[in-house]
Design a protein around this ligand. Structure first.
Ligand code: GLU
Length: 307
């Protein structure tokens, strides 16, 4: 038995207790149906070894984890022009905060990992129609996950569309300052679709693997993203990936990662592995409370910090 296998034997037992101290997201009604006791993890090393534990097979929606994908796609489509409309700085505010958009002179969202920034990067993805753009995002997710069956959870999409008033206000605010161009409702539909992409821990571990491997699929050897775009994505994940807990996560765990309110966290350990965790009980900042603890245990025991 190797070292990771030994750790995986107890990793759920060691951390399940933390799920009791978190709550599932309820502001999107469909997410309120998630089971707060779920906890799963999947780890894939760049040389192809796979490890899993707990509820690694349960499906959940990507939510903010998808923001990394749309950042990369918008960079593929527009290169660094993206950063004329979206910044690269952490905020220290919540993921759906409107305050910084209003008080800064240029009204540009702080970074692509908060909702405003992600809506802006999504608006820059090219395609002939809404469905064309959604299909490009889905196709990208399928390639990165090495899983052609990935799809959108229709119920979650509709739930977000019906209740996403805060996102709607962020988008219209940005439209009024020309941060986003085009039809706002169309852009929001694309954004709600990307958030509703349904995955498992294995899928996001595979996505993390591509990032850890500087853009090349470990399964096909195909280059899916340029090294430069991978570098930008991992850097922004390191500084902004865990909402306003990104600094603390960097100190204690030190792995480029992105969380979502669906309970997923995608982590990319450069040149070593991709990790996907799922635990829908969230802490007060919106991060998977037990998922963070699992990553902490792995980082400490396997010495994964990049710093
Ligand atoms: N769909 C969610 C929203 O826009 C994503 C938020 C998140 O995961 O942080 O509110």
């Amino acid at each position: 038995m190797d070292n990771i296998e030994i750790i995986f034997k107890n990793i759920i037992n060691n951390n399940i207790e933390f799920t009791k101290h978190g709550k599932v997201a309820t502001y999107i009604p469909e997410l309120a149906k998630n089971n707060p006791n779920d906890l799963g993890v999947y780890l894939i090393t760049l040389d192809g070894k796979e490890y899993c534990a707990g509820d690694y097979n349960k499906k959940f929606t990507m939510q903010s984890v998808s923001k990394v994908l749309t950042l990369m796609l918008s960079l593929i489509d527009n290169s660094n022009k993206v950063f004329e409309k979206v910044g690269m700085e952490p905020t220290g505010d919540g993921f759906n905060s409107i305050v910084n958009l209003e008080i800064k002179d240029i009204h540009k969202p702080f970074n692509p990992m908060i909702n405003a920034g992600a809506i802006a990067t999504t608006s820059m993805i090219k395609g002939k129609s809404v469905s064309d753009k959604v299909n490009r995002i889905l196709d990208f997710a399928r390639k990165l996950a090495n899983n052609p069956s990935i799809n959108i959870n229709e119920k979650t999409f509709l739930s977000e569309k019906e209740t996403g008033h805060r996102n709607r206000s962020l988008a219209y605010f940005m439209k009024s300052y020309d941060i986003i161009e085009g039809n706002v409702e169309d852009i929001l539909d694309i954004y709600f679709c990307q958030c509703s992409i349904e995955v498992t821990c294995k899928d996001i571990a595979n996505m993390g693997c591509v990032l850890a491997n500087d853009g090349i699929s470990i399964h096909t050897g195909e280059r899916l993203i340029s090294e430069q775009i991978c570098k930008i994505a991992k850097t922004i994940m390191s500084t902004c990936g865990l909402y306003d807990a990104s600094g603390e996560f960097a100190v204690h765990i030190g792995i480029p990662a992105k969380s979502g309110v669906g309970g997923g966290i995608m982590a990319a350990v450069p040149h070593k592995m991709g990790i996907g965790v799922y635990g829908p009980a969230l802490d007060e900042k919106g991060n998977s409370i037990a998922g963070i603890q699992i990553l902490k245990e792995l980082s400490q025991k396997l010495d994964l910090t990049i710093y």
